[in-house]
Each structure stands twice: as C-alpha cells, then as structure tokens.
Design a protein around this ligand. Sequence first.
Ligand code: MEV
Length: 439
Amino acid sequence: MAPVVSGFSKLSKKDKIKWLAEHHFNNDQNAIDTLVTYWNSDNGLQQLHDEFTENTISNYYLPFSVAPNFLINDKRYTLPMTIEESSVVAAASKAAKFWQTRGGFKANVISTTKVGQVHFMYHGNTEKLNRFFNIIKPKLLAAVSHITQNMEKRGGGIQEIELRDKTTTIDNYYQLHCTFETVDAMGANFINSCLEEFAKTLVSEATSYTGFLETERNIEIVMSILSNYVPNCLVNASVSCAIDDLPSTQTLSSRQYAEKFVRAVRIAEIEPYRATTHNKGIMNGIDAVVLATGNDFRAIEAGVHAYASRDGKYTSLTHAEIKNDIFTFSIEVPLALGTVGGLTSLHPLVKLALQLLERPNAKRLMEITAVAGLAQNFAAINSLITTGIQQGHMKMHLMNILNQFKATEEEKQQLIKYFETNTVTHSEVVSQIEKIRNS
Ligand code: MEV
C-alpha cells in the first residue's frame, strides 16, 4: 500500500511521476516512459493542458473524429465527435448520409432557461417569511447587479426568484428557486456566483428584519448551487419521410421496416431495461459532440437521464410514429450547452471543433447535438431490427483486436480482407492471427 503523501500537488511533474513509480509501479521504467510518451513536445500547449486540472502527469488521448453529411435545417454540417467506441462515428455518418437525401434533420430549440437554488432552513412563521421575501427581492437582485451586468448586455440574466416552501418534505426547509437565462454560456459560474450572493443577502437581511422574532432571524443556508436538471433548456429534432423511402431487406418490406422500427422505439418507451440501453446509444452521439465542443458531459448526462425519468418512470428520449404513410422519428432532450466560456476558447481542438461547426451559438449547438443523438439512435435501431448490432460493431472492433495482438501492417491487410466475407468474433480473429503466424 502506498504511504500517505502530503504536499503532492506541490511536487514537480517529474517528481510526481517518480513518487508514483516508486509506490505504485515498482519503479518500472515502462510505466514512466508511457506517461512521458504522451507529453506534448510543445511546452506551451503542454502547460495549457497541465493547468486544466491539478496533479496532471500526462495527457489522455481520445480520438477526435468527424462525421460529414449532416443536413440540419437545410444547412450541411460536418460534426466533430470525440469518442473511443469503434462503431459510433461510422454509424452517425451512415445515418447522416441516409437522411440527407430525405429532407435532412429538422431541429428547434423549445426553451433555454436554467435553474439554481439556495437551500435554507428557517424556523418560524411561513407567512412572515413570504412577506420578508417580497420586501428583500429587489435587494437580492441589486446584490448581484455587478455579476449580471455583462450577462444582461448579452440578453441574459435572472428571470425569476421564487420562495418555495418545502416544509412538507423536510421540517423548516425552504428554497430560493431561481431561473436564469445564460445565452451562449453554459453559465455554471454565473449561476453559482449569483446564488452565493443571494444567500449572503438573505442571511444578512434576515438578521435585521424587524418583522421577525429573534428566533426567526437566524436563517441557516444549507447550500447554494445550480441544478443540472434543465427540463426548460430543451431542444427537439426530427426526421421524416414516406415509408416507401425507408430501407427494405430480404425479409422486411419498407412498411414492415417502419412498423418494426416503431415497435422497437415503443419497447424503449415502456421498458426501462431497454430504455437505458436505447438512451445510452443516443448519448454515444450526444456525448461525442459535447466532448468535442468542450462542454461538460457529466452535466449533460445527469440532466438527460433525470429528464428521461421526469414522469417517475425511466423512458425513451426518442419517439417514432407512422401517420398517413409518413414515418416520423424524433427526440426531445434537455441540453444546457455553451459556446463561450469554459474550455471553448482555451482548448485548441475545442476551438477547432466550433470552427468546424461555423461558430454556432448555444441554440445552434443544442440543435446539432440533439441531431447527433437522434442519428445515433436511428443507426442503432436500424441495425438492431435488421442485421443485429454485432456485425457492424465487430467489423469496427476488428482493428482493436488486431492492435491488441500487435498485428503488423501486412497481417492487418490480410485479416481485413478475410473478414470482409467472414463473421468477426474475438476467437476467430485470434485463430486467424495464429494461423498466419504459424504458417
Ligand atoms: C452501444 O454502445 C449502443 C447500443 O447498444 C444502443 C442500442 O442498443 O440502442 C447499440
């Protein structure tokens, strides 16, 4: 077991690695070399990455890929996607290509507001608290004017502050439930700064409020924090075409394909076990764009899954229907994204990703990202109801297995050719590698 270390964050990068090698890697030079191999030779760029977080010892690469041919609201996009899973980008590209000849994707932002809350305890009469709140509301707003000034210039700011009585759930528990518009910023820092200011003002005003008894003046702030549940930061995307324009297979006519597709989505709507995997596939597309554009994928994940269970049961984020022989497939998803602030102007690849998307504002990025989720879900369901998922997945995974076995270029070419007509399974790849190597 490694010993307790103090002052670790103050060690130089080399000394941190030395400490790790000594206590975790048996002084294995390979481990040290691996960490050092991933350092960037450009010192400025390396320093930038080092300073994103604390205790950075190396860089962790993920592929930065692109998926072209996305026609969204009649404009063509090439989507940046940061993801390690083999078949995701290929699936997105395939879906994009399919829908570009069928009118493309339509997307629109439904709403853009975000919420933050000051959670506090007040021991007293609720009516008095209500009166107090109405009196101090202008003071709460005034207390944050230095923070909101710039945001207001850009068209955002605080939309509403409500006092919410939560005492039926927890004794003496109340909230300031605040609604924000943060325009093109994700806005976490803006919201949290406003909330902490509200909390301070609430406490100080209560101390001197003559309408309270002495015991009522002592408001206890539990915490002030934004919510990643953003059901009112919502975007919708859809595709639709005549059912005759859908694919057909040897066993399915286009109509049967459409009906099977709708059934598959219906299952995800009513069955949480399926809904979770169905939505995971959607998040393959969404997270890849979220990561590439420097947004906080944990916040997005938390918000999306909370939204998927908003009616008390976890359900599908997408819906499909056939009406008058027209097939429509759509997604409605909350996405609190930003195109300014955070990593957007810091990380060179994020800047490039936003440039690739022609510098979208937050609303446009919400539309593009929702489309990535819908496209991914279309591709997954298309495979699931026809060939099954493994055929395409294992084809893409072949390269991973070959790399795992350190296949040479010649071996790779030979095996890629072989698996064009044979089913990829891990054991079959291994047996073919062995066969080549033993011959
Ligand atoms: C795999 O990453 C995602 C899928 O399982 C999604 C789905 O089942 O819809 C293919």
